[in-house]
Write a protein that binds this ligand. Structure first.
Ligand code: ZN
Length: 376
């Protein structure tokens, strides 16, 4: 199987034009064109000092194209998953690569987007709601083994977030042991709900206790609760329901005190937090005093500790809300490939106007705190 070279997370080159993959010149040039356009609009007087900041941003994005990004939101599609789930529905925002996805195509796309390492998780649909018992455990194990094989086949290019059969707590505890001990997983991928049971439910207390003991990174991916799958005809769940269920999951962890009881779990919330940042103050204002033990430092303080990927959420309004709520140290790069074209996040991220320092933090600096094994 073809192997691909790993990326580098050392000190970023200020100008890495000499060793760019085929995608990079266009990414680099686009950033520079944007910079020059900005200068033209502002006039020559803008060259100092604001122009220098713009140049630094352009160079930070260009340097990112040298395989330095860590994509924390990236899916694999094992043959068994495709067989169990049936045909994967293509959407307008899906990458064309989805229909004929292979690990090699994923690596090719990563090279073009400057992604050194992608953390793999089960396909967007997660574990189909109609699966339970042995079938569910088999799918989870297959998915975890498949992801671990990709990690081995492409050294340095992938990491793994292992899934759990959450409704079976004993089996989940066994899978945690297997995933960390045998597969050397980088973290755990949970869904925002399991059959209308959200992660803060007391039935999951033992699972989170174990994840806290292991100081696990826990990636929480949206899904559609069965209660709300078909509320709006002709509106796919991924348009709005995923973001709402993300907010339900976070609120569930909050009101049940999981965030406080498990301070060593590093949670990653997807898509710039869904509707969490917009509703944070509202939830804080209405948080019942009798639940204060669940958030002794206040609701917003708990939400500021979480990490948030910007996959398919790198747009002005989502990022404005997110960066109002949390420090820049909590933002992570993600793409949601192959269910969303990488360019949607890459372009939105580049155009947002983050400082060079923040670009570097989002590209890999913040993620390296979670995954020190990726440090060179
Ligand atoms: Zn996803």
């Amino acid at each position: 199987m073809k192997k691909s070279r790993g990326g580098s997370f050392g000190a970023m080159a200020v100008d890495a034009k000499s060793d760019l993959p085929s995608y990079c010149p266009s990414a680099s040039n686009a950033a520079r064109r944007q910079f020059l356009k900005s200068l033209g609009a502002l006039g020559a007087g803008a060259i100092l000092p604001g122009g220098i900041a713009l140049l630094a941003q352009a160079d930070a994005h260009a340097a990112a194209a040298t395989l330095s990004r860590i994509d924390v939101h990236h899916h694999h599609l094992s043959p068994y998953y495709k067989k169990i789930s049936g045909p994967t529905r293509l959407t307008q925002r899906s990458d064309p690569a989805l229909s004929n996805w292979t690990p090699a195509i994923a690596v090719e796309q990563m090279d073009q987007a400057g992604i050194a390492t992608a953390m793999l998780s089960i396909a967007t649909g997660g574990i189909p709601a109609n699966l339970a018992g042995e079938q569910e455990r088999t799918l989870v194990r297959d998915s975890n083994d498949y992801g671990a094989q990709m990690v081995r086949d492409y050294p340095g290019r992938f990491g793994l977030f292992a899934s759990l059969p959450m409704l079976d707590v004993d089996a989940s505890l066994k899978e945690i042991e297997y995933a960390f001990t045998t597969l050397k997983t980088d973290g755990i991928a949970l869904m925002t709900d399991y059959g209308d049971v959200w992660p803060g439910d007391p039935m999951f207390a033992l699972v989170f206790e174990e994840l806290n003991r292991r100081k696990a990174v826990v990636f929480i991916h949206p899904t559609t609760p069965s209660c709300c799958a078909k509320l709006l005809p002709n509106v796919p769940a991924s348009w709005v329901e995923y973001d709402f269920d993300t907010t339900r999951a976070v609120t569930s962890l909050l009101v049940n005190g999981t965030l406080t009881r498990c301070p060593d779990v590093r949670f990653i919330i997807t898509h710039s937090g869904g509707t969490v940042p917009v509703l944070a103050k509202r939830v804080a204002d209405m948080f019942p005093p009798q639940m204060a033990a669940g958030a002794p430092g206040g609701v917003e303080a708990e939400l500021k500790k979480l990490y948030y990927d910007i996959a398919n959420g790198a747009n002005p309004s989502s990022l404005a809300a997110l960066t109002q709520l949390v420090p820049m140290s909590q933002l992570l790069f993600g793409t949601d490939f192959p269910f969303v074209k990488m360019s949607i996040t890459v372009d939105g991220f580049r155009e947002h106007g983050f400082s060079a320092r923040d670009v570097q933090g989002i590209n890999n600096g913040n993620a390296l705190r979670l995954f020190p094994r990726l440090r060179k």
